[in-house]
Design a protein around this ligand. Structure first.
Ligand code: PEP
Length: 249
């Protein structure tokens, strides 16, 4: 792990029922979490309020997306103001499922990040390459272009956490090796140093996501530039998610 406080986020995606989420919350409420870790969970919108009111305050709440500006006549959208109103403090933006399935582009995601940060939310800003982009040797180009779109838009970096999530590793069981992840994390930190500032490069947490589980987290967490994890599937299992949180080294 790097020098920033370890950060572990659980992205529940479009999963769960009131029954399964009640069980997950109760599991998370009864375990001991390492104190030196920021822990955040991102339930589906419809359960945010329920989770906020039943989950221990030790764990913060994140949305998985938000509208790009102030609320109003935008059917089906949820605004930053509404998220804040129910006690949500983070939002995941730029997740590969929103980029590649829903079609959100870099500029739209950058605008969302800027609006959320300006309103005081923390942003878990996702980046990551497709398998064909990795195979074509374009991993750094893709990640740097996505980072640039955030850098061009955001007002500051204090509440930004970068999540490097190679798309080929998300939900596939094919985790990046610790060396593969470290290589990209280090390159992104270097990009931040050259293009934003040395201070932002050293202070911004860069977390890894993509098939992280209870068995592979410890080796990944040892890498110098891995400051935590964004966890999908394994965050739906309370005890395994706790193992990942407590893998801080
Ligand atoms: C994610 O969706 O952010 C993710 C990393 O998913 P998984 O852990 O299931 O690969």
């Amino acid at each position: 792990a790097g020098t920033g406080k370890f950060f572990v986020g659980g992205n529940w995606k479009c999963n769960g029922t009131k029954e399964s989420i009640t069980k997950l919350v109760s599991d998370l409420n009864t375990v001991k979490l390492e104190s030196d870790v920021d822990v955040v969970v991102a339930p589906p919108f419809v359960y945010l309020d329920f989770v906020k009111s039943s989950l221990s305050e030790r764990i913060e709440i994140s949305a998985q997306n938000t509208w790009v500006g102030k609320g109003g006549a935008f059917t089906g959208e949820i605004s930053v103001e509404q998220l804040k109103d129910i006690g949500c403090s983070w939002v995941i933006l730029g997740h590969s499922e929103r980029r590649h399935i829903i079609g959100e582009d870099d500029q739209f995601i950058g605008k969302k990040a800027a609006y959320a940060l300006n309103e005081g939310l923390g942003v878990i800003a996702c980046i990551g390459e497709l398998l064909e982009e990795r195979e074509a040797g374009k991993t750094f180009d893709v990640c740097f272009q996505q980072l640039k779109a955030y850098a061009d838009a955001v007002p500051g970096w204090e509440k930004m956490v970068i999540a490097y999530e190679p798309v080929w590793a998300i939900g596939t069981g094919k985790v990046a090796t610790p060396e593969q992840a470290q290589e990209v994390h280090m390159a992104c930190r270097d990009w931040l140093k050259k293009n934003v500032s040395a201070e932002v490069a050293s202070k911004t947490r860069i977390i890894y996501g993509g098939s992280v589980n209870g068995g592979n987290c410890a080796e990944l967490a040892k890498q110098e530039d891995i400051d935590g994890f964004l966890v999908g599937g394994a965050s739906l299992k309370g005890p395994e998610f706790v193992t990942i949180i407590n893998s801080v080294t």
